[in-house]
Design a protein around this ligand. Structure first.
Ligand SMILES: NC(=O)c1ccc[n+]([C@@H]2O[C@H](COP(=O)([O-])OP(=O)(O)OC[C@H]3O[C@@H](n4cnc5c(N)ncnc54)[C@H](OP(=O)(O)O)[C@@H]3O)[C@@H](O)[C@H]2O)c1
Length: 267
């Protein structure tokens, strides 16, 4: 199926590894030019080299690395501006960062709440705000926030993620309402358990708390998922790329679970 993405200009934040990386790869495969981002210059450089090799990318301008911490207000602006300047505009924006630390309510300090709000909510707010002038010039503008299935079904011991991401989902839905008349689409992907470094960290924390091993914790988690396994990042990315694409032209305000069926609710 042609997703009509060839030549589209995309910024994917938080994309030196994991789900963001997989989305950048799928967009490149569809013929987009992509700005990728992360806080570590070394990780970003490695990601660019890996992607160029894996995809046999001869066009060196197809992928643009932009280092910067998008949880910081000034950096969120410069990341968007540098991406738009390097790509010659923006058609697609994917807002993504890492998850916050795990922990129960009484273990979480005000500093941790503030950091989670900056990373999981304000990064999305600021990136979208600064991208809007560029998106308004695009014939097919589309924004995708990466949140979590915790938006619909809180995950034990993840109070920061459960609480702050709900605001980001509400932001996504509100922007779909406010800016639909400008033809800008806003959707969110709510990933379930996905085999990335972030999950390994969470499983390590669980193994430590329960006196088990990481693989035992992974198996326990897999048993709770109707499809019986974790997702591969590319499985999240394929859904993301569809929602971003002009083929999904009448889809906006959707909070899409891509979670192997772990979310038990009806809607
Ligand atoms: N994996 C799952 O099972 C799962 C499930 C539900 C929801 N999610 C959510 O989906 C998102 C992506 O998950 P993931 O597993 O792919 O995470 P990950 O493996 O930790 O990757 C996060 C990526 O974002 C970059 N990053 C993190 N904070 C950043 C910041 N402030 N500014 C710029 N770049 C930043 C990281 O690079 P640097 O560290 O170098 O900055 C890395 O490239 C997270 O919000 C996560 O909580 C994941």
């Amino acid at each position: 199926m042609d997703l009509w993405l060839k030549g589209k200009k995309a910024l994917v934040t938080g994309s030196s590894r994991g789900i963001g990386y997989a989305i950048a790869v799928e967009l490149l495969k569809e013929g987009c030019t992509v700005a990728i981002n992360g806080r570590s210059a070394t990780a970003l450089k490695k990601a660019v080299a890996e992607i160029r090799e894996d995809l046999h990318l001869s066009d060196t301008k197809a992928i643009v690395p932009i280092v910067g911490d998008v949880s910081k207000a000034a950096t969120a602006r410069t990341v968007v501006e540098r991406a738009a300047s390097a790509l010659g505009g923006l058609d697609l924006l994917v807002t993504n960062t890492s998850g916050p630390p795990s922990g129960a309510f009484e273990e979480i300090t005000d500093e941790a709440w503030e950091s989670a709000i900056n990373s999981l909510l304000m990064a999305h707010v600021r990136l979208i705000r600064h991208a809007l002038p560029y998106l308004r010039k695009s014939p097919t503008p589309s924004v995708l926030t990466i949140t979590s299935y915790s938006v619909k079904q809180p995950i034990p011991n993840l109070v920061l993620s459960n609480s702050v991401r709900a605001a980001t989902a509400a932001l996504t839905k509100t922007l779909a309402l406010e800016l639909g008349h400008e033809r800008i689409r806003f959707n969110s992907i709510l990933p379930g358990w996905t085999a990335t470094g972030r999950v390994r960290e969470l499983m390590e924390a669980r193994a430590k708390a329960n006196g088990t091993t990481i693989s035992e914790e992974m198996e326990k988690q897999s048993r709770e998922i109707p499809l019986g396994r974790l997702a591969q990042p590319s499985e999240i990315a394929k859904a993301a790329v569809f929602l971003l694409s002009p083929v999904a032209s009448y889809i906006t305000g959707v909070l899409l679970n891509v979670d192997g069926g772990i979310y038990r609710g009806l809607c």
